[in-house]
Ligand binder design. Structure first.
Ligand code: TK8
Length: 337
């Protein structure tokens, strides 16, 4: 019996060695539809590709990610519903469009919350970011990582925004999110919520005068073709979040879940580097494309902040005073370092 047992073990070991590590894991063939809103040729598209490759590699080719961009599976909110219902496996999109499902996500909509990416990374990747992400589970979604969309800036086809009053009456597309809607109304703009997938043509047909997004997106979505003025406001830091359908996630083995978690983190690290490198070049690129660029003076940013104290109070109520205070304390500690 001893001999037979060791023979069986030896055979098993040989099979394992031959078929690689993935075979030792509990991994089944899986097709994963991973939807996103921007073009393939964008920071979002490049990182989706990195995610797909990492999953394929770690699963020994068994798990295959079909990255589908340009909102071909629908805008953010539609994909979120498809994930909740189990009709789609994964997506990456704005946290701002998730607020209807998980109100705590409104924390990230707070105007001027983060001063720089160091603060954003520390809070998003730390206990506060995790706490907010964990709220998704009860709503049928699993969050894996925050990617960087980035600091948002204003573009429009009417005039440069150099002072608060310049926003007056500008018909500005905002994300489908009440904080954004209220903020820009408060600042005097005529804010219109629209899905991102409808934005280019809304700008082109002058249905709206302007929009706000990070430099990277203004570049990759070719908004420079239909917008004259770019005003550097950095009015809010916008995260993206990698989401999984909980219905589907719960059917996965621990090994399969680990493949996705690891790949989400690896793609996050790639994405932030890539986004920051592109962002650093983007202003020059946009200038070369013919955009007229101006910086919002700090004094005007301060005036905007003052106008938004009511909005901030509303966010604190929405997300809960505990979470709000914990975030302010964490930022205070980071700023002392
Ligand atoms: C892409 C959007 C986009 C966001 C927006 O689907 O809607 O303006 O910034 O990145 O999530």
């Amino acid at each position: 019996p001893f001999l037979r047992r060791s023979l069986v073990l030896a055979c098993a070991a040989a099979t394992l060695a031959a078929s690689g590590i993935a075979a030792a894991q509990d991994i089944k063939p899986r097709i994963i539809r991973f939807g996103y809103g921007l073009n393939e040729d964008s920071n979002q598209g490049r990182a989706a590709k990195v995610f797909a490759e990492a999953v394929q590699k770690a699963s020994g080719g068994k798990m295959r990610v079909r990255a589908i961009g340009a909102a071909a599976l629908g805008p953010d909110t539609q994909m979120q519903q498809a994930l909740v219902g189990g009709a789609q496996e994964m997506m990456v999109g704005s946290t701002a469009t998730l607020v209807g499902i998980t109100k705590e996500m409104a924390l990230w909509d707070t105007p001027f919350l983060f001063n720089n990416t160091r603060e954003a990374d520390a809070v998003l990747d730390g206990p506060i970011g995790q706490k907010v992400m964990d709220q998704l589970q009860a709503k049928g979604l699993v969050g894996l990582a925050y990617w960087e969309n980035g600091f948002r800036n204003l573009t429009n086809s009417t005039r440069p925004v150099a002072r608060l009053e310049d926003l007056g009456g500008i018909k500005l597309r905002v994300m489908q999110n009440n904080v954004y809607l209220d903020s820009f109304k408060q600042l005097g703009a005529n804010a219109v919520p629209l899905p991102f997938s409808e934005l280019f043509s809304a700008l082109e047909t002058r249905t709206v005068d302007g929009q706000e997004n990070p430099f990277n997106t203004i570049l990759s979505s070719k908004f420079y073709e239909v917008q004259k003025y770019l005003s550097v406001t950095n009015h809010v830091y916008s995260p993206w979040i990698v989401l999984v359908s909980k219905k589907w996630w719960d059917q996965l083995s621990k090994d399969e879940q680990k493949v996705l978690r690891d790949a989400a983190l690896a793609s996050r690290d790639f994405e932030r580097k890539d986004t920051r490198a592109e962002g650093a070049r983007a202003l020059a690129d946009l200038k070369a494309k013919g955009m007229q660029i101006n910086e919002l003076p700090a004094s005007e940013a301060a005036r905007m902040r003052d106008k938004l104290t009511q909005v901030n109070a509303g966010i604190a109520t929405t997300v809960g005073m505990d979470l709000w205070n914990e975030t302010q304390a964490a930022l205070g500690a980071l700023r002392k370092k």
